[in-house]
Design a protein around this ligand. Structure first.
Ligand code: NAG
Ligand code: NAG
Ligand code: NAG
Ligand code: NAG
Ligand code: NAG
Ligand code: NAG
Ligand code: CA
Ligand code: CA
Ligand code: CA
Ligand code: CA
Length: 677
């Protein structure tokens, strides 16, 4: 550590403490989760000798699935006592006890629903318009091709669906006209006979009005719980602001009852729907873990439309228990095939947020879904990042329609919005896919999405690139619009993806330069040799950079990486609002952009301050983590791996690769970033 860096950081830390003093709250609860080397008797012993008491597991039912995890409480304080983090000595008592493997004081985290939106920004500038009119030509070309296909009977299985439900005419996200390129193809999957029968979806949220007359027949008591009040009934708490309508709105998107003259039609209208009430109270790690692991052998798909604050200055994700719950879900859920966790990618776009700062979104276990507007645009509230897997319809600008669904008090709404609506729509589409093939694993589902999502409906937006395996990707939309019909068709004749390998690669040499001040670039190389015995991966899935980085202003940091095949993925965009000095600590930056590539060769990671003058950054630790398979499965068995609906458009919409990128020219970095989408 360099001493002047230290002193700068100390100085600014002092300032920051002053500024934060007002904001700090008593968020810590008189509850500790501990892992004890022993059974419940041992746990009681350990508690007693430290003047703690064991809270009986029955109250925290789901932690049953976690070996040797217990909940303790200090005896000398009232049960509901709240504290600031001035209890370090008590933490220390537990940490001192040799029978305790780890302990974590529970804290009420800030968890925000992904539907409450700030006002939209001013009208689009000329720059946006330009790209739009450029793409008008491509759009016409697309529509012409569709009509051509139609006239040859290639697109004729469209049945005119008429339901008597009052919102049905407003459900544009389901029944877009057959010619439109803005279509998930959901009605065509219904025509194939798949409506979600036998699939259980549960909404993790602020409750579920399960006796709503457009939900009750699909409601599944067994897939529901109230984690906030610890009872089996997730009915929301009613207040004068209707602030707990979110879960009920999300549930309707999946499973409204068709043909009952009430509200609308769910996209998987025969799926059973459950609600886990977890956001209306202290959202501690225990509450999240209990929710994410709840009946995971029974529930197939969990849909979550919430997460850390979208203020553009937060870096937060699952804590130790929630992380364990996700891992348990993907290993034990669905008879070992793994639960499907669908996650809303966040609404912080207008605040410059980046969804790779949200650890739920960037987790490899979640399917993170962004929104696309009715007109195929990237909404003003949406966030870019390299871990987004695909996109589904939701609200956009003022003139775009929102999503029609159920609301509390047995009413209906046309106003559901944000990535909160996109995630349950994706969950519903995946319910159709699981009905078509219940054998699919959590990884099969991710592969299917990569193998079928389409870029061409979204070609009004820039930023499309092609990776070394032939997949088109975009930081806004992942691999593109979810295509329900293609997903289901491919799912029914799917070669399961084989066993997965994980390789952890250390940097090639000690970093040449670990500290950057004047906007200098920190370069890190990772070399994967041919036939490296400990890394048999031939086809990549997720790629992660696990990093510990100190910064004087975290939001100035940009990070991007080239694969051996010269595919560029931006792992972190600068976030102007993020003035934090906390840096990143063992933070996983996940990218799906290298999917299908061969990992052999040199990986180049670049870390830079976007503001040249002031900020300092220091790299303390970094690893490259590769996930992938040795043998081909899924669409990796095809050559090429995939074909797009509109191969003709690929060369017109994809931007040039950066094989010629000169890492020694800071000037070029700037030009590059000014033009990079
Ligand atoms: C933890 O153990 C150390 C060494 O055994 C001791 O010095 C310290 O006082 C203990 N701390 C607490 C809070 O018990
Ligand atoms: C857009 O372009 C027109 C004509 O090219 C110009 O008059 C106008 O000021 C521009 N508007 C903005 C917001 O840049
Ligand atoms: C649902 O239950 C609540 C209270 O439990 C009741 O007030 C409401 O009328 C019920 N709604 C319907 C549609 O039955
Ligand atoms: C819920 O579980 C009970 C008993 O565990 C069972 O009898 C019932 O059929 C289940 N309900 C559904 C909808 O599966
Ligand atoms: C699922 O697996 C079972 C047993 O292995 C098999 O009989 C069935 O055909 C599979 N279903 C599909 C759709 O692949
Ligand atoms: C980071 O990724 C690695 C490898 O996938 C995983 O073992 C670890 O649990 C992740 N950490 C977090 C906090 O998600
Ligand atoms: Ca309740
Ligand atoms: Ca209905
Ligand atoms: Ca966010
Ligand atoms: Ca994810």
């Amino acid at each position: 550590m360099i001493s002047w860096l230290n002193s700068i950081i100390c100085l600014v830390v002092l300032l920051a403490i002053n500024l934060n003093a007002v904001a700090s709250e008593e968020n810590y609860q008189n509850i500790w989760a501990v892992k004890i080397d022993g059974d419940v008797y041992k746990a009681k012993d350990v508690a007693r000798r430290n003047n703690f008491e064991l809270i009986q597991k029955a109250r925290f039912l789901v932690l049953d699935g976690f070996d040797n995890i217990y909940i303790l409480r200090r005896k000398d304080l009232p049960e509901n006592h709240r504290m600031k983090r001035q209890t370090i000595e008590h933490d220390q008592i537990l940490k001192n006890d040799s029978s305790i493997i780890w302990s974590e004081q529970q804290r009420s985290a800030i968890r925000v629903k992904r539907t409450i939106l700030p006002p939209p920004p001013p009208p689009a500038s000329n720059k946006t318009k330009r790209s739009s009119s450029f793409n008008d030509k491509l759009r016409n070309l697309w529509d012409t091709t569709q009509q051509f296909m139609f006239s040859f009977g290639m697109n004729q299985n469209k049945v005119l669906h008429q339901f008597n439900d009052e919102l049905w005419p407003s459900q544009w996200h389901i029944h877009s006209s057959g010619f439109s390129r803005f279509d998930h193809g959901i009605t065509r999957v219904w025509d194939m006979g798949f409506t979600g029968k036998g699939i259980v979806v549960s909404i993790l949220d602020d409750g579920l009005e399960w006796n709503h007359s457009d939900l009750q027949a699909n409601y599944d008591h067994n897939a529901s719980y109230d984690m906030n009040d610890d009872d089996p009934d997730p009915t929301p708490r009613y207040d004068m602001f209707n602030s707990n309508s979110h879960g009920t709105r999300c549930a309707g998107v999946v499973s409204m009852i068709p043909q009952n003259k009430k509200c609308g039609v769910g996209a998987a209208y025969h799926a059973r729907i459950g609600g886990i009430r977890c956001l209306d109270g202290d959202v501690s790690d225990i509450v999240e873990a209990n929710s994410l692991a709840f009946r995971n052998e029974y529930i197939d798909i969990y849909s979550a439309s919430w997460g850390p604050s979208d203020d553009g200055m937060t870096v937060d994700g699952p804590k130790i228990l929630a992380q364990m719950a996700l891992e348990r879900g993907i290993t034990h859920g669905r008879k070992g095939r793994g639960n499907i966790y669908v996650w809303a990618s966040g609404n912080g776009g207008s605040r410059g947020d980046n969804c790779n700062c949200d650890g739920y979104v960037s987790s490899i276990y979640t399917i993170s879904i962004n929104s696309v507007s009715e007109s195929g645009r990237f909404p003003w509230y949406a966030e870019k990042c390299s871990s987004t897997l695909a996109a589904a319809f939701s609200s956009g600008a003022f003139s775009d329609k929102k999503i029609a669904t159920t609301d509390i008090h047995n009413t209906c709404t046309r106003e559901h919005s944000g990535t909160s609506a996109a995630a349950p729509l994706a969950a519903a589409i995946l319910a159709l896919v699981l009905e078509a093939n219940p054998n699919l694993t959590w990884r099969d589902i991710q592969h299917l999405i990569v193998c079928t999502s389409e870029f061409s409906p979204l070609l009004d937006e820039r930023g499309w690139r092609k990776n070394g395996a032939g997949f088109l990707f975009n930081s806004r939309f992942g691999f593109g619009l979810l295509m329900a019909e293609s997903l289901v068709r491919m799912a029914t004749r799917w070669d399961p993806v084989p066993e997965k390998y994980i390789c952890v690669i250390q940097p090639k040499q000690l970093f040449q330069q670990q500290v950057s001040t004047n906007g200098d670039i920190i370069r890190v190389y990772f070399l994967l040799q041919q036939n490296q015995p400990d890394c048999p991966i031939e086809f990549l899935e997720h790629v992660q950079i696990k990093i510990t980085l100190e910064t004087s202003k975290r939001g100035n940091t940009r990070m991007f990486m080239f694969s051996p095949q010269d595919t560029l993925s931006v792992l972190m965009y600068p976030r102007i609002k993020d003035n934090s000095m906390d840096g990143f600590h063992n933070w996983n930056l996940t990218s799906v952009h290298y999917w299908g590539e061969k990992p052999i060769g040199l990986w180049r990671l670049y870390i830079q301050n976007s503001q040249k003058d002031k900020s300092v950054l220091q790299l303390n630790n970094v690893q490259l983590i590769l996930h992938g398979v040795r043998q081909p499965g899924g669409c990796f068995k095809h050559h090429p791996f995939r074909r797009y609906l509109n191969e003709d458009l690929i060369s017109q919409v994809t931007q040039a690769p950066f094989a010629e990128f000169d890492e020694n020219s800071p000037q070029q970095f700037d030009n590059f970033f000014d033009n990079y989408e």
